[in-house]
Design a protein around this ligand. Structure first.
Ligand code: AMP
Ligand code: MG
Length: 518
């Protein structure tokens, strides 16, 4: 096990003069040195074969005690320089001040054989200067969710931070899962997360809020140099191109979430990646019965700020916060406004591409957006499963339009029957539309197959894996990891991972209700 480290973040940016986890406000610095807290008996329970291969790790490495020892926070490899990064953020629409990596410790920036940079970060390895009174630990249930979902997202083609491995720490962590005065002990775990950069919108917001323009500029210059090396130009023009690209990437990210039915759950600005990656898997969820107002996050249940259908607007709002934070780098606001406009343009283009791909059209016309919306309208009326309904549509035959094809996606027979006329209408429209489209049936179906996955990490599937892991049985974690590697393939024999949510999971904690307690 050998890595080549190039720790640019701590080398090139100012750090906190104080080391260690004492809680403090850190001004004039972008990171604090802190060592992971050694774990009692770290044990690797799962890893991503793709991520391991990218990092040049062999199976023997992953199975070795040394790997568990290092990624469990007990020792450092040569070249590792652990740090926690300092950032702020808007949480639920309100400026929250300094937040920082309260339970994430970066070990170093590894360069892979192709020269690609991968920051290795332990989530749940103990307190830092930014733990704000919490323990810096993570529980097994949320670690399994983050581990599985980040890899599942990657295989769905959705930009995301990655996960190298999942470890049990061998220590208990106390959590009050629903903040209702019932704390209990849960197994502790660590996810080794991996990304080219973990820089967030909130990293820029904090120096801005403190009026530290020199630090803000230093961070912006660094981020462009390290994470956006393809951008050329100078001064304000360069900053403008950079902000525009962030806006565009964010638009593409959210469009992908909307395509696949993913709800992030906590789109605070500290959870927004500068590279447009999905980051910080907490109370996220997947849409079962189509409902744009749904959020899995019980902490947000009354206002539903981060509900499914709201995500494109929230992303824009978050970008506007980033624009404010970057405003000291500009003489006037026009280039920032132009960046935000680029978000809108990119969003509409990506949404239109989704429509074409999901409906299997060569190109989407204006009226196709309404056609897609009408199908969602039926799903909502009928209470139909989003993933199953879209997937079933692949087999649609415009010469023999049968509503039975989609009826299997419904959760409630009564609602399905009463929404029947809507569906028949819609299928007739779709059949007519397909006749005007040049794609052959085969090409249409291939196109749809890639845009409408069969397998997504349904909330209840992850919860089943968690329940079993709590008994020491990791079978379903491994099965899900495997099946989510090819989410758009049929994978005969794996159908049980493509079924609609069972009744027992409808209102169960972990399946439809998740809190930020993790
Ligand atoms: P999140 O909502 O998970 O993105 O977390 C918001 C902030 O709380 C971040 O600064 C986290 O590092 C911090 N945080 C969350 N859970 C813990 C914990 N158990 N220990 C320390 N800090 C935490
Ligand atoms: Mg976070």
């Amino acid at each position: 096990m050998r890595f080549e480290f190039d720790n640019a973040f701590v080398r090139e940016l100012p750090g906190d003069p104080e080391d260690g986890p004492r809680l403090r406000q850190v001004e004039g610095a972008l990171w604090s040195r802190v060592e992971p807290t050694p774990g009692a008996a770290p044990r690797v329970v799962a890893w991503s074969a793709e991520m391991a291969a990218t990092l040049g790790l062999a199976e023997d490495d992953l199975r070795s005690e040394r790997f568990a020892w290092i990624f469990g926070g007990n020792a450092l490899l040569d070249g590792m320089q652990p740090w926690a990064s300092n950032y702020g953020g808007h949480q639920f629409g309100v400026w929250a001040g300094q937040l920082g990596d309260g339970r994430a410790i970066s070990l170093g920036e590894a360069l892979d054989a192709r020269g690609q940079r991968w920051e290795l970060q332990l989530k749940g390895a103990g307190p830092t200067a930014y733990s704000r009174g919490a323990d810096g630990r993570a529980v097994l249930r949320s670690s399994i969710r983050e581990f599985l979902c980040s890899e599942a997202m990657h295989h769905l083609g959705i930009p995301t931070t990655r996960a190298l491995g999942l470890l049990e720490t061998g220590e208990a962590v106390v959590r009050d899962m629903f903040y209702d005065g019932h704390p209990r002990e849960e197994p502790g775990a660590i996810v080794c997360r991996v990304a080219p950069s973990f820089i967030r919108f909130g990293n820029f917001e904090l120096p801005y809020a403190r009026n530290d323009v020199a630090l803000l500029r230093q961070l912006a210059d660094f981020t462009i140099r390290r994470d956006f090396p393809h951008l050329r130009g100078q001064g304000e023009n360069l900053y403008a191109d950079w902000f525009g690209e962030i806006c565009e990437r964010t638009a593409q990210l959210v469009a992908q979430w909307m395509r696949a039915g993913f709800v992030h759950g906590v789109m605070n600005t500290d959870n927004m990646s500068i590279l447009g990656l999905t980051i910080d898997y907490g109370p996220y969820g997947w849409i079962d019965d189509y409902d744009p107002d749904w959020t899995p996050n019980t902490t947000d249940a009354t206002r539903r700020r981060y509900r499914f259908g709201q995500q494109p607007n929230v992303a824009w709002w978050n970008l506007a916060r980033l624009a404010s934070a970057l405003s000291p780098l500009f003489a006037d606001t026009a280039p920032l406004q132009a960046g935000l406009d680029r978000y809108a343009t990119a969003w509409h283009a990506a949404d239109r591409a989704n429509v074409a791909a999901k409906l299997g059209l060569e190109l989407a016309r204006d009226d196709d957006l309404a056609l897609r919306d009408a199908l969602h309208g039926w799903m909502r009326e009928a209470g139909a499963d989003m993933t199953l309904a879209w997937r079933a549509l692949i087999d649609f035959d415009p010469d023999a339009p049968s509503p039975d094809l989609l009826a299997g996606a419904c959760y409630d027979e009564h609602r399905c029957v009463s929404a029947g006329p809507l569906l028949r209408d819609w299928l007739a429209r779709y059949a007519a539309r397909l006749r005007e489209d040049p794609l052959s049936a085969e090409r249409r179906r291939n196109r749809m197959r890639l845009a409408n996955p069969k397998y997504v990490l349904r909330n209840y599937l992850a919860q089943e894996a968690i329940d079993r892991a709590g008994q020491g049985d990791y079978t379903q974690v491994h099965e899900l990891l495997e099946v989510m590697r090819r989410p758009c393939d049929e994978q005969p024999g794996c159908e049980r991972f493509a079924r609609k949510r069972p009744d027992w999971a409808r209102h169960r904690a972990g399946c439809s209700m998740l809190s930020c307690s993790s």
